[in-house]
Design a protein around this ligand. Structure first.
Ligand SMILES: [Mg+2]
Length: 367
């Protein structure tokens, strides 16, 4: 029987929370992040700000040049964590099978609930309404028979979107979309595919398997399966997962400095909040770095006591960064993963992490 998987993703999360809490900001361009004089970075931009070309991970100085009337707000991670808990509890009221991908984004397996709610669309509409009632925020939802399709669908009508892909329609839904819409296809894979004449997901689906294997090895075949709308990965609850991670890809390569350190702090906050929401603590902290040449390394440190404290995770990750960074190094991706108490290697850095493209989220992230 076909599964029903939802991907639910709050719209412009941090910026929307600021607009929610400060009504005078509603309808105005809002950017969340550190001040330009401290080389702050945009952590989130409201849709009004995006119209000026502002996007997350952009230097704050550039964002404010693009839109001088934008209101800059410093991030309040504690508040975002609080709202995240409310949202995740709305999700868990629908199904116990919730896999958070970040504070504001999750997969839900609603296969067992969908009939009771009168179908996928009715269920998704109810979920959106409940999130709005409970938090005041809008969430975009994609529904389909698997994770790949649901995730792409949730991104198609943001903000406040709802896109349902019917069983059997997966391949036709995906075919016209650009190759980069596929999970795990980042800028480098995209250019390799384009050079081979493969521009859309349909091109990848229709390619000879040998061609994809020649380009990407075994991973090429996995990408083709996804392009054909096939993806049997299960929705895994935080409880089942062996690590919790957050990663960010920069719009341009970053040297070590205030911007990189601000991102490190933000990721540490996110990992800490998600560990704490899942009732778990990390004994091992893993730092993931992708260099400008796409070479990727991970470094890890194991602590005497497990933690879900943002500052402890940040300082562990900062120590790992200090130990590897060399003058002149530039980075395109930064990630922090916490591996749980009592478990071994953090082995869930996803299908893609060792091979090189994107991590758990496509880049650049649209939120
Ligand atoms: Mg989002």
């Amino acid at each position: 029987m076909a599964r029903t998987i939802l991907h639910a993703d709050l719209d412009a999360f941090y910026a929307s929370v600021e607009q929610l809490d400060r009504p005078e900001l509603r309808g105005r361009p809002v950017v969340v992040g550190g001040p330009p004089e401290a080389r702050g970075v945009v952590a989130a931009a409201s849709y009004e700000a995006r119209r000026f070309g502002i996007h997350s991970a952009m230097p704050m100085s550039r964002a404010l040049r693009l839109c001088p009337q934008a209101v800059r707000v410093s991030p309040r991670f504690g508040r975002y964590g609080e709202v995240s808990r409310q949202v995740m509890s709305v999700f868990r009221a629908v199904t116990p099978l919730v896999e958070p991908l970040s504070l504001d984004e999750a997969f839900l397996d609603v296969t067992a609930q969908v009939r009771r709610y009168g179908g996928a669309e009715a269920l998704a509409r109810r979920l959106k309404r409940r999130v709005k009632e409970r938090t005041g925020l809008t969430v975009s939802v994609g529904a389909g028979t698997n994770k790949t399709v649901a995730k792409i669908a949730s991104d198609m009508q943001k903000p406040d979107g709802l896109v349902i892909v019917a069983p059997g329609a997966e391949e036709a839904f995906l075919a016209p979309l650009p190759a980069r819409a596929l999970w795990g296809v980042g800028p480098r894979a995209e250019s390799v595919l384009a050079a081979a004449g493969l521009h859309t997901i349909g091109d990848i689906a229709g390619a000879r398997p040998q061609q994809l294997e020649a380009l990407f090895g075994a991973r090429g075949l996995a990408v083709q399966e996804m392009a054909r709308g096939r993806d049997d990965r299960a929705v895994e609850t935080e409880h089942e997962r062996k690590s919790v991670g957050a990663e960010t890809t920069f719009p341009r390569d970053l040297a070590d400095g205030p911007e990189l350190r601000e991102q490190l702090a933000r990721l540490a906050n996110e990992v800490a909040e998600r560990l704490s929401q899942g009732g778990s603590r990390a004994r091992t902290v893993v730092l993931k770095l992708r260099y400008a040449d796409f070479h990727t390394i991970t470094r890890q440190t194991t602590r005497p006591e497990p933690t879900d404290d943002a500052e402890e995770i940040e300082s562990a990750a900062a120590g790992l960064l200090d130990a590897v960074v060399q003058p002149g190094d530039k980075f395109r991706l930064l990630g922090i993963h916490g591996a749980k108490l009592g478990e071994g290697q953090p082995d869930q850095l996803s299908l893609w992490s060792a091979a090189g493209e994107a991590g758990r989220t496509p880049a650049p992230r649209r939120d």
